[in-house]
Design a protein around this ligand. Structure first.
Ligand SMILES: Cc1ncc(COP(=O)(O)OP(=O)(O)O)c(N)n1
Ligand SMILES: Cc1nc(C(=O)O)sc1CCOP(=O)(O)O
Ligand SMILES: [Mg+2]
Length: 219
């Protein structure tokens, strides 16, 4: 295996859907199927927060989603849980500033995809130096999904990271939907990362198609 190219990574970040069992009101497996059918380009398994599955149940659920993603040829990323990513032979891991350090995770996962959340220029430079394949920047807009989210940045952080020479593949996150996604991409992100906009949509399929269309129109 070789590290993913920046070009391929940018393509995968276009519409990056993140989900766990507690983010949905209907059957999560149906939600992920609709999202894949609608055209998501990358998936992150984020099983955390109130009512989240743990242990064997989490493992089994992750495996089910991974196998659906495989059918659509959409890479499967695991949030936080490096051991689970390795056990499932997932396509990658996403970690934040409060998680295991990026260089240690890179050592453990070899050439798998490594995503790191950043909130300022210093964190972005460090993530790059430690081997990140992409960075997640947020929260761009107010979000109810992550209780411990940092201060809302608007699109200005994305813009200023690009102006300061940060060229790594970058995705915006936090409160993004089909109405505001174009602002995020126009500021310099390669794509948008969403939970609610798809997981709680009346039609995850239609909502995904809207996001895909909006992002592609800006690129
Ligand atoms: C694409 C993407 N960007 C940012 C995050 C947030 O990661 P983190 O700060 O570690 O917070 P948790 O998601 O672990 O609560 C993400 N998951 N994905
Ligand atoms: C998981 C996550 N990370 C964030 C960050 O700012 O790093 S915001 C967030 C929640 C995104 O959910 P929604 O699309 O429902 O707002
Ligand atoms: Mg984390």
């Amino acid at each position: 295996m070789v590290r993913i190219s920046n070009e391929k990574m940018r393509e995968l970040l276009r519409v990056y859907f993140i989900m766990g069992s507690n983010n949905c009101k209907k059957d999560p497996l149906e939600v992920i199927r609709e999202a894949l059918e609608g055209g998501i380009t990358l998936f992150q398994f984020r099983e955390k927060g109130k009512g989240a599955l743990t242990g064997e149940k989490k493992h089994v659920f992750a495996k089910e989603i991974q196998s659906i993603c495989k059918k659509y040829n959409v890479p499967f990323i695991v949030n936080d849980d490096v051991d689970l990513a390795i056990a499932l032979d997932a396509d990658g891991v996403h970690i934040g500033q409060e998680d295991e350090s990026a260089d240690r995770v890179r050592e453990k996962i070899g050439d798998k995809i490594l995503g790191v959340s950043v909130h300022n220029l210093e964190e972005a430079r460090k993530a790059i130096a430690q081997g990140a394949d992409y960075i997640g920047v947020g929260p761009v807009f107010p979000t109810k999904t992550k209780e411990d989210a940092k201060e809302v940045q608007g699109t200005s952080l994305i813009l200023s990271l690009r102006q300061n020479g940060i060229q790594i593949p970058m995705v915006g996150i936090g409160g993004i939907n089909a109405e505001n996604a174009s602002e995020v991409v126009k500021a310099g992100a390669d794509g948008v990362s969403v939970i609610t906009a798809i997981s709680l949509a009346e039609s995850p399929f239609e909502s995904t198609k809207q996001l895909v269309m909006t992002v592609n129109e800006c690129l």
